[in-house]
Design a protein around this ligand. Structure first.
Ligand code: SAH
Ligand code: SF4
Length: 351
């Protein structure tokens, strides 16, 4: 069993506390200490008796911490944190402050197994899933450095719906009213289109907002950019979205990375509108961000505007996502946490 107390919901902490022969309400002190005060050491939790603190530590319980290796700040206000995990793996987390809203973009895996052609994270080796504690601590540590987080997006390194249980658990911890209480409507999961995960999410009681990375209106083109299409073709993906909407009544966001002369024509925009007909949705357009070794270029401002107008003319609510953190390689699809793409090539060759 994972003995990291940061990895536990309040209900799980209650089980731990009761299992050690203590009163259940003490779990509330532990949860508050870890999740609200960002406490680091069990020994410093003075509202618990010394004997109980010693008992917890003897049993191997601890409060997990990520090590901050580096923090890069962009003149636009965004900041990129490079963290080292207990086993030496590395991840990145991005803070995006915009007036009242302070959004944290968290990672869910070390690397990503999905291999999207336009994404830097997809070029590095997939190492492992993060635990809920490791996801939660990205928030706790950045809050300690930079102040309160109001919004969460699961859009950092990794595919959140391939690490379903830890992702949902981290949301339950961060959303809990006795903890940070980050609003569920201020929390978004972005997926490349993992159909079983979308269907499972549709049945959850605590349900974040859902964003789906689409980036092409046909299986042929999407398959070239996003290999996940071969496993879950567009028809199946959109069927899952329909199921999600029938169950939840919530609209979804489709994200579309605009790559010059690849998927950014007005014809592509019209095909997209046709494809999504009947759904409740909005579209987020993202200019493709460059990274070394990438053969694609971002669309020009003019082509982006034309694509956006074609959607808007068809009545689709469309936003062009404001790019932040490009100068520190913290924008969408630029996170590599210092892993070298060559490592993946070696790994693929060895398989
Ligand atoms: N794996 C999840 C979440 C992380 S990626 C997903 O794919 O949805 C977050 C967003 O960044 C996705 O919408 C993805 O399409 C986009 N993205 C990836 N590479 C990009 C790049 N080079 N430039 C701009 N956006 C990119
Ligand atoms: Fe993974 Fe998302 Fe990047 Fe695709 S776009 S490789 S799913 S992180």
């Amino acid at each position: 069993m994972n003995r990291d107390l940061k990895d536990k919901t309040l209900e799980e902490l209650e089980k731990v506390v009761v299992g050690l022969g203590q009163k259940k309400y003490l779990a509330g002190y532990l949860f508050k200490f870890i999740q609200v005060q960002n406490g680091r050491e069990i020994g410093a939790l003075s509202t618990l008796s010394k004997a109980f603190r010693a008992q917890l530590m003897e049993q191997g319980y601890f409060i997990g911490r990520l090590k901050v290796v580096d923090v890069l700040t962009d003149p636009d206000g965004s900041a990129k944190y490079l963290f080292e995990l207990a086993d030496g793996e590395r991840i990145e987390t991005v803070l995006l402050p915009e007036e009242e809203r302070r959004t944290l973009c968290v990672s869910t895996q070390v690397g990503c197994p999905m291999g999207c052609a336009f994404c830097a994270t997809g070029r590095i080796p997939f190492r492992r899933n993060l635990t809920a504690g490791e996801i939660v601590d990205q928030v706790n540590t950045v809050e300690e450095h930079a102040g309160r987080i109001t919004n969460l997006v699961y859009m950092g390194m990794g595919e959140p719906l391939l690490n379903y249980d830890a992702v949902l658990k981290s949301i339950r911890i961060l959303n809990h009213s006795a903890g940070k209480n980050i609003g569920i409507r201020h929390t978004t999961i972005s997926t490349s289109g993992i159909v079983p995960g979308i269907r499972q999410l549709a049945e959850e009681e605590v349900r974040p907002r859902l964003a789906i990375s689409l980036s092409a209106p046909t299986d042929a083109l999407r398959g070239k950019l996003m290999p996940v299409t071969h496993k879950y073709p567009l028809a199946e993906l959109l069927e899952a979205v329909r199921f999600y909407q029938a169950n939840t009544g919530q609209r979804v966001t489709f994200e579309y990375v605009l790559i010059d002369k690849v998927n950014d024509s007005v014809t592509h925009a019209r095909m997209l509108v046709k494809l999504l007909h009947g759904l409740m949705y909005n579209v987020n357009l993202i200019e493709h961000n460059p990274f070394s070794g990438c053969e694609f270029t971002g669309s020009s401002r003019e082509r982006i505007q034309r694509f956006a107008s074609a959607l808007k003319d068809a009545g689709v609510e469309t936003t062009i996502r404001f790019r932040m953190g490009r100068r520190i390689k913290a924008a969408c699809g630029q996170l590599q946490a210092g892993y070298h793409p060559r490592e993946r090539r070696k790994q693929v060759q060895a398989e």
